[in-house]
Structure formats: C-alpha cells, structure tokens
Design a binder for this molecule. Structure first.
Ligand code: NDP
Length: 451
C-alpha cells in the first residue's frame, strides 16, 4: 500500500485507539499501536470499569438496609476492602488479556513503550523509529489538581482504585461526574464523606433539577455537602490532613480526593515539533474529520476534549478508520449522546436540558415527576426518583429526557434511541408502559409543569 512500515500507527491503546486500530486492520491496513502502560486505557484500568465495580460494592449496604422492610435482617454484615480490590484487579487483568487477544487476532502489532512523534510520518518508541502513512494520537487524559498549598497530599481517582486501606473520613473536592460517583462509593462503603464544591449546584452542565435533586438524595443517604466552598490549603495533621476552606473552616480528614477535571495527555509527545496545534488546555485541535493541522496526523478521544466519554472515543475511532481505509465520509454527530453518572442514586440524561432548550430559542413544555418508587414504599427508605421531559411546543418533539433514580443509566439507553429517532411527545404518550416500573412514568406524564 505504501513505502512506510505501517499504514496506521496509533499512540495509545485505550478505548479510541484500540477501536480505530482494529477497525483499520479489518480494512486491510497494516497497523501498530504503542502503549506505555496498560491495555484498555483509563476506562478499563482506572475509570469506568473499576468505578462501576466499586459502585456495585457500595450499593450492597443500601440494598441490605432496604431489605429490612421486606423482612430480612443482616446484623452480621461486614465489608472487606481487600476482597473488593482483589476482585476488581482480577477482572481488570482478564480484560487486559481480552484486549491483547483482540489486537493480536486483528493482526495489529502491539509495541510496548512511550511513543514520541518525530515527524509527520515517524514515531519513536524506546529508541526504535517507525514510519507510518498516518499517525493517530489517542493518548487520553489525566486528572488535574488545582495549585494549592499541600496539593501534593491529595489523591485523584487514579489513586482511589489502589488505596491500601479504606479511609474513615474522606473529603471529595468537585461537583462533577467523578466527585459524585466517588462520594457515593465512599459513603456506601461506610466512610464519613464530605463533598466540597465551589459552586452552589452539583453537575453544573446538566439540567439544574438533576444536580439539586441528586444533592438532596445523597444527603439523605449520609453524604455531607459544603457548597460555595473551596479548599485553600491542605496541612498535615497527625496521621490525617486538615483542609482549610475559603471560609477558614478546618476540616479534618484522612483522605482528600480531588475530582476537578481531566487534562488531555499531550505533553512530551513531540506534537508541537510537527505543527499539530494544541488548544490552551493542551487538547489537540482537530477538524470535523479528526485531522490535525499536520495532514497525516489524526487524534480522537479525551485528548481532543470534545466529550470525555468512552463510547464517544469508540465512535470517533471508528469514523477515522472508515475515512482513512474504507472511503468513509461520515462525520460524528455529537447531538443526543446519552450519559449516566453512577452516583447513588444514578443520574441519566439525553438531549437538551431545560436551560439549553431555552437558550437555543425553543418554546418548551416541561413535564416533571417526583415520586416514591414501589420498591421504596415497603423499604421505607424515603428514596424518591425524578423524571423530566423537555418538549418543543411547536413540533411536539421530545428534546430531552432526564432522570435521577436507581438504574437511570440502564433506563436511559432506550430513551436515547427515541431521541435519536426524533420521537414526539405524542409518540411517547402512544407507547404502552411496562407496569409496574419507574420508566413507565416517562410515557404517562400528561401534566405540564406550571399548567
Ligand atoms: P467534571 O468536569 O465533570 O467536573 C469537574 C468539577 O471540578 C466541577 O464541579 C468543577 O467545578 C470543579 N472544579 C474544576 N476546577 C476546579 C478548581 N480549580 N477548584 C475547585 N473545583 C474545581 O470533571 P471530572 O473530573 O468529574 O470528570 C472528568 C470527565 O470524565 C467528565 O467530564 C466526564 O466526561 C468523564 N467521566 C465520565 C463518567 C461517566 O460517564 N459516568 C465518569 C467519570 C468521568 P465547576 O462546575 O464550578 O466548573
């Protein structure tokens, strides 16, 4: 096909990189992927997968408490952190092996080591130089911590998966995805958990009802919140830490977890030397085809910082492979991408929030329902769910579906299909519900908010 060693050289064997590489190899391209750390990237090793396993672990205590109302007793309940870590590590090792086999079976050559771009068609790994017609950068992102005094004492989500012992008192800084997920995990495992957030509402980029309702529900489950508060410095205090807040409160904790966003992994990759443009936050600037300013170099996933979600990186990787090796001409559609936050309770959302719909000039009808699900009538836990629909009053099209409640992550996937198909409220109403479920409420909401 060319005088190069490879047709595609991918840097980073995470979700986007592996998917693009395998797909390209499937089209007959000669493909190599360089990886310096672990197969499967953040998602498999220090992200979605171990987080979800921890999230399951943390939910059992609540499930057992709920079971009391149904007649079960569980007085001898104990939790062993090391059993969880070992189970999690076993599953991740298994997945690392699966990814290795998948690459092998697809004919993709795996090159272990840190790669550096040395030219538009050359990559160096461990002193060896490889040439490739195209280079794909899929190096992901890493947690960022603001520069405060004592920042070196805090941990990030990367570390939280390997703690030697379960902390007794944790402060979690941030109000986004990782903060609420880890606060729920620690709280569920019995850790005294406080969230310190500089804003006044969790999940600021989502529909306002979601963050407010989530904070209420998490508070009921025992999480403490300090809104409009920032940590100014962290000081050693015996075996733990003192966090000094903007209001000069001193909070004493044994673990401080920062969940304040993720920075694209672009430093030291040699990208500046080949004319690839980086945004001020370090993200690689690409066009709609994921091509950088250097025509032979492409980038996908967290490193381009469009939506830092695994399924988005997978989709972007597939589009690049199709375009380069299969004559594909499709562009990524970033609208209607569903997402779930695996806090306790879950948050699930797809489409526009009420605020976004208004900002885009839609005249909208809002349907909102808060109720006690059947399961929690007898459990007497007091748990409630929130369901919300945003509808375009002119076209009747459903613009957004939002939920806070158990299994929102599972439930929203189907509604994402409806949003993709541009379903109308009349079609939601014409759909027969499944009884008795929480989700049936989405097809039986008839009263507009304020009507
Ligand atoms: P997010 O962007 O979701 O949240 C970052 C939080 O940190 C925000 O509340 C932000 O506040 C706050 N923050 C930012 N800078 C500072 C600062 N200097 N001091 C104090 N607070 C600060 O990032 P995460 O780290 O939680 O997650 C990164 C990304 O990873 C997510 O955006 C998501 O794309 C992905 N992810 C997806 C998951 C899933 O699909 N379930 C799970 C985990 C992560 P403010 O709101 O005021 O800006």
């Amino acid at each position: 096909m060319s005088g190069f060693d490879f047709d595609l050289f991918t840097i980073g064997a995470g979700s986007g990189g592996i998917r693009a590489s395998r797909r390209a190899a499937g089209f007959g391209a000669r493909v190599a992927v360089a990886e310096q750390r672990f197969l499967g990237g953040t998602c498999v090793n220090i992200g979605c997968i171990p987080k979800k396993l921890f999230s399951y672990a943390a939910h059992f205590k609540k499930d057992l408490e709920d079971a009391r109302g149904y007649g079960w007793t569980s007085d001898q309940l104990t939790f062993d952190w090391h059993t969880l870590l070992e189970g999690k590590n076993r599953e991740i090792e298994r997945l690392n092996g699966v990814y290795g086999n998948l690459l092998n079976q697809s004919g993709v050559e795996l090159i272990n080591g840190r790669a550096k771009v040395t030219g538009p068609h050359t990559v160096e790994v461990g002193g060896r130089t490889f040439t490739s017609r195209y280079i794909l950068v899929a190096t992901g992102s890493s947690p960022t911590v603001p520069e405060i005094e004592g920042a070196e004492y805090c941990i990030t989500s990367d570390d939280a998966f390997f703690l030697e012992k379960l902390p007794e008192r944790v402060v979690v800084v941030g109000g986004g995805y990782i903060a609420v997920e880890f606060a729920s995990i620690f709280n569920g495992l019995g850790v005294d958990t406080t969230v310190v957030y500089r804003g006044d509402r969790l999940l600021k980029s989502f529909d306002a009802d979601l963050g407010n309702f989530l904070a209420e529900q998490m508070t009921k489950r025992g999480v403490h919140f300090r809104f409009n508060s920032e940590i100014r410095k962290i000081e050693r205090d015996g075996t733990g830490w003192n966090c000094v807040t903007s209001g000069n409160a001193r909070l004493s904790y044994d673990t401080v977890l920062y969940a304040t966003g993720r920075r694209p992994n672009t430093s030291g990759l040699g990208l500046e030397s080949v004319g690839v443009t980086l945004a001020p936050d370090g993200a690689i600037v690409v066009d709609d085809a994921f091509q950088t300013a250097e025509p032979s170099i492409y980038a996908v996933g967290d490193v381009i910082r469009r939506m830092q979600l695994t399924p988005v990186a997978l989709a972007e990787g597939m589009l690049v492979a199709d375009r380069l090796f299969n004559g594909g001409a499709e562009y990524m559609d970033y609208s209607g991408i569903p997402t779930a936050i695996f806090s306790h309770p879950n948050v699930g959302t797809v489409g526009l929030s009420e605020e976004q719909a208004i900002a885009r000039g839609y005249k909208i009808d809002v349907y909102r329902s808060v109720f006690t699900p059947l399961k929690h009538t007898v459990s007497a836990s007091g748990d409630k769910v929130l369901l919300k629909l945003i509808v375009d009053s002119n076209s009747d099209r459903v613009l957004g579906v939002h939920m806070v409640g158990d299994d929102a992550g599972e439930l929203l996937q189907g509604f994402a299909v409806a949003i993709k198909c541009k379903a109308t409220k009349a079609q939601f109403d014409a759909t027969v519900g499944i009884h008795p479920t929480i989700a049936e409420e989405f097809v039986t909401m008839r009263t507009k908010v304020g009507a």
